[in-house]
Structures are given as structure tokens and as C-alpha cells.
Design a protein around this ligand. Structure first.
Ligand SMILES: O=C(O)C(=O)C[C@]1(C(=O)O)C=C[C@@H](O)C=C1
Length: 266
């Protein structure tokens, strides 16, 4: 094919032949994986699990394992985008999976982050209000994505909605930018070995004083947002809602409103 034995640089024809061969193998594997969606749905049904099929913990374990696997050329970004698409496609085949996005003053960024995290398989609606996005997150197989917006404490409403939880912080890679939106749904959140827990308090103390009090009890915290007399903190690690250290932390109205994997490249 135009190159002598021992020639280090393969010809364009040779490289394209290899690409075509790899594409054939990839397609066969993609087809096989996509075909398992029906089996996954049937297995869940047989186990009496008829609720929302999304498993954020399982997705994080899959993605983290892939990102940590040795590679020669495929970037983290490529690996993550491909597998998010595969998992989203599987989920969309299992039930009426749908997304509703509210991005506040930056709807375009929220839409972009939503597609990066949830792929193109599920239909997406752009909501006019935070309330609309939260209401959609309570519908069967619904996910709401809401932006962090100054002076808006939509996240505080989750204190009164224990079934609704933040399960993802977007984007999932630091190189894609700071975490500026959260995904909310009626799903179980589980520890994945690299997590942040979201905790709200109505304590009027300064954020630094609250961080110090938590730190004295062994809890590493970072202020995420402050609005409407409430503060939202990200705690490093996975904390259960009934954790004794959080029970004695500052504030009279306090609570865990979800947890999410930490960014995979941090
Ligand atoms: O393992 C499951 O429960 C699946 O539904 C499969 C799968 C996947 O494609 O790997 C898809 C969606 C879930 O959120 C997690 C994983």
C-alpha cells in the first residue's frame, strides 16, 4: 500500500484501512451494548424495580474506571462523552427518560452542560422558571437541571422534598469549567468512592465560621451558594442525611439535599 517494509510512516491508505477495520469492530460492540438495554430493563422489572432506571452511582463507577484505565491516545473528554452517550441511549430505551433545563441568566451554558452529561438521546425542554424545572424532575423518569444563580435559593426547596435529590454537579470535568449547574431527580444517591455531599443551613453565621465549625468536627466543607437566608455547602465525601456531625452543625433548619461524584479530573 505504498510503503516499504521498515518504513515508519504508514501511508494514508493504510491508516484509513485500519480506521475502517476499527469502526467495524466498534459498531459491532456498540450494537451489542445497545441491545442489552432491553435485558437491563427486564432484569430490573423482574427484581420489582419499576421506578426510574437512572443509576448515577453505577454511571460514576463506570466512568471513573474508564478514566483511570491506561490509554495511549483517547482523552478523558472523549471517553466520558462516548460513554455518557451509550448510557443515555440505554436509559432512553428503558423508559420515558426526559430532561428539563433552567439555566437562569445563562440558559445556553446550562443546555450545553446538560447535553454533555446526559447525551442526546433523552428529549430536552428548556424551562422558563426554576419551579418548572423542579416540577418536571418529579414526573416519572424526569431529570431537572438547574443553574446556580445569584440571589436564587431553588436548592433550598429540596429540604421540603426529601425524595428529590441533587445527584450530579455539572460539568463532571474540571477542564470543562467550574460546577455551575446541578441535576435533580427522584433517584437514590450512593457513595461512589469520590463524592461531594450537598448540605443546606439557615445559620446566619458567616460561611467561614460555619466551615470552621464543620472542620472542627472533621467535615471539610466549601461554600457553593448563598441566597434567601440559606447557605449551600459542598462537603467532601459522602454523608448520610442523619449524620451526627451534621446534626450538631450550625443552623436550625439544615439538611442533606443530595450527593454527586466529584469532578473526575480533580
Ligand atoms: O446498570 C444499569 O442499571 C443500566 O441501566 C445500564 C446503564 C449503562 O448503560 O451502563 C444505563 C443507565 C444507568 O444510569 C446506568 C447504567
Amino acid at each position: 500500500m505504498g510503503s516499504d517494509a521498515g518504513d515508519a510512516t504508514p501511508s494514508l491508505d493504510e491508516v484509513r484501512w485500519r480506521i475502517d477495520a476499527i469502526d467495524g469492530e466498534l459498531l459491532a460492540l456498540l450494537d451489542e451494548r445497545a441491545g442489552l438495554a432491553r435485558a437491563v430493563a427486564a432484569a430490573k422489572q423482574a427484581a420489582g424495580d419499576t421506578g426510574f432506571g437512572l443509576r448515577p452511582g453505577r454511571e460514576a463507577l463506570i466512568v471513573r474506571k474508564l478514566v483511570e484505565a491506561p490509554r495511549k491516545a483517547a482523552s478523558d473528554a472523549l471517553v466520558i462523552r462516548v460513554w455518557r452517550e451509550l448510557m443515555a441511549d440505554s436509559l432512553a430505551r428503558q423508559g420515558p427518560y426526559h430532561l428539563t433545563v433552567w439555566g437562569g441568566s445563562n440558559p445556553a451554558r446550562a443546555v450545553e452542560l446538560t447535553r454533555l452529561r446526559f447525551g442526546v438521546a433523552p428529549p430536552m425542554t428548556v424551562a422558563a422558571t426554576d419551579k418548572e424545572a423542579l416540577a418536571a424532575a418529579k414526573t416519572p423518569w424526569g431529570v431537572g437541571v438547574l443553574g446556580l444563580v445569584p440571589d436564587n435559593a431553588w436548592w433550598g426547596r429540596l429540604l421540603a422534598e426529601p425524595r428529590l435529590k441533587i445527584f450530579a454537579a455539572l460539568p463532571c470535568l474540571e477542564r470543562w469549567g467550574p460546577q455551575v449547574a446541578f441535576a435533580v431527580a427522584e433517584v437514590e444517591v450512593e457513595p461512589t468512592g469520590g463524592d461531594q455531599t450537598f448540605w443546606v443551613t439557615d445559620s446566619p453565621k458567616a460561611a467561614a465560621a460555619i466551615i470552621e465549625a464543620l472542620s472542627a468536627d472533621g467535615v471539610a466543607a466549601e461554600l457553593v451558594a448563598e441566597a434567601g437566608g440559606l447557605k449551600l455547602f459542598a462537603l467532601l465525601g459522602f454523608y448520610q442525611a442523619g449524620d451526627a456531625r451534621l446534626a450538631r452543625a450550625p443552623g436550625s433548619l439544615t439538611g442533606v439535599i443530595g450527593a454527586a461524584p466529584t469532578q473526575f479530573d480533580v
